[in-house]
Design a protein around this ligand. Structure first.
Ligand code: UTP
Length: 410
């Protein structure tokens, strides 16, 4: 392990010497814990603060990208379903649940998947997702491997919960957990927050590192051994999420494209959602705040919004391509969040408004590393019910309403 002097050197390179402020008052165990935490933390992400905040400022030229629409899908339903089910039955597809986030907007102190969205009965978010996946398992007659990413903040709770609930009826032999990496979080002036005198405040480093974390956990060997060719990546918070959807998998395979993304038609030109498009001729996602007014309101020859299709964090990636791009660095996004920490008087604070920045890699940046991406339109009232906030837009209330509309007993 590094010495106190080494630690001080590392910290002074980044202007973070205050991390050792309480060092002398710590017990021997706390001292070595802190030194090893400093050794293992990648402080280089802090360099991004001094760069232009808008890391995506140097974007290429955007152009609209069409989708296979709900009507196209209906017209080709039998073929897509056959191709998708064949791939699933042959064991070529698996699902990856990204559940390492802290869900700060929801304000629930356990992993988001443990939230009970039921009204008159218990119905946990994880349970909704497993139920949705079970529909496909039943149809295909095979278990679909499910890889679940957690972080060190929620790993034990998540694994414990699945065990306690007997995996909601899923075969536990087909479920694999792995942990993502952490990154330091900072206040508005760029100083690393402390969680306690002997611990730096670390938070999950975004959902973009999922594949490298999965590889580090040794799961790529498992994937290769099983002959899995496609991974369906999805978020924890969309309770209507169709996972390993045969139609989606079939359409992507049938199209010969390298990847796919489920998309929904934007509800208004100003909806705050990332849009799948082309950037310098390659698939890419333009964030709502990156779009000019002209892009937002641009219409195509049919009078429809040109930048129409919003992403819902449900992607299909090919394992071979993921291995190819494994060493490519993803951009670091600086995200303003509420960060619990210890204040200068040593008191723990749980802020009620954003008080600093976290550093995150995002899975959406992987889309731009693909040669091609099929935009696959789904009906938002049937497949998109995100639980982001406690109330208001994309909240527990809106998700409950959508679940009920789709016949789920609450
Ligand atoms: P969000 O960006 O909505 O999630 O993640 P968050 O950070 O959990 O929530 P807020 O912003 O603090 O309220 C979208 C998906 O990516 C996962 C989340 O669990 C969710 O499924 N995620 C996010 C990770 O797996 N790791 C992360 O570091 C961040």
């Amino acid at each position: 392990m590094i010495t106190y002097d080494n630690a001080k050197n590392i910290l002074s390179n980044y202007g973070q010497e205050h991390v050792l402020k309480y060092y002398e008052s710590l017990s021997d165990t706390e001292k070595s814990d802190l030194l090893s935490q400093i050794e293992q933390t990648d402080f280089s992400v802090l360099d991004n603060l001094s760069k232009d905040k808008d890391i995506r400022a140097s974007r290429g030229e955007f152009a609209p990208l069409g989708a296979v629409t709900i009507n196209d899908i209906a017209a080709n339903k039998d073929r897509y379903e056959q191709v998708g089910l064949d791939a699933i039955k042959a064991g070529k597809t698996a699902a990856v649940l990204l559940a390492g986030g802290q869900g700060t907007r929801l304000g629930f102190d356990k992993p988001k998947g443990m939230f009970n969205i039921g009204v008159n009965r218990e119905l946990f978010i994880f349970e909704c997702l497993i139920n949705n996946l079970m529909d496909v398992v039943k149809k295909a007659g095979v278990w679909i491997p499910l890889y679940i990413m957690t972080s060190e903040k929620n790993h034990d709770d998540t694994v414990g919960f699945f065990k306690e609930k007997d995996f909601f009826g899923y075969d536990s032999g087909h479920v694999f957990f792995f942990m993502q990496d952490m990154a330091p979080s900072v206040d508005h002036s760029g100083k690393v927050y402390m969680e306690s005198p002997s611990r730096i405040s670390l938070s999950p480093n975004g959902n973009g590192g999922w594949f490298s974390s999965l590889v580090r956990a040794g799961l790529l060997e498992d994937i290769r051994r099983k002959g899995i060719e496609w991974l369906n990546i999805f978020a924890v918070d969309n309770v209507l999420q169709r996972i390993a959807d045969p139609l989606f998998i079939g359409a992507v395979i049938d199209s010969g494209m390298q990847s796919g993304s489920k998309v929904v038609a934007k509800s208004t030109p100003d909806e705050r959602v990332g849009v799948l498009c082309l950037e310098d001729g390659m698939p890419s996602i333009v964030e709502y705040y990156e779009m000019t007014d002209e892009m937002r309101s641009l219409r195509n020859e049919n009078g429809e919004l040109a930048y129409k299709f919003g992403v819902i964090l449900n992607y299909l990636f090919s394992v071979d391509k993921l291995v190819d791009i494994l060493d490519r660095k993803l951009p670091v996004h600086i995200v303003e969040k509420k960060i619990p920490h210890m204040d200068e008087n040593g008191i723990s604070v749980a802020p009620d408004k954003p008080n600093g920045y976290k550093f995150e890699n995002l899975v959406l940046d992987m889309v731009h590393m693909q040669d091609s991406c099929l935009a696959f339109e789904v009906d938002r009232s049937r497949e998109f019910a995100p639980v982001k906030n406690a109330s208001g837009v994309d909240s527990v209330d809106t998700a409950r309403e959508l679940l009920a509309q789709n016949g789920v007993t609450l």
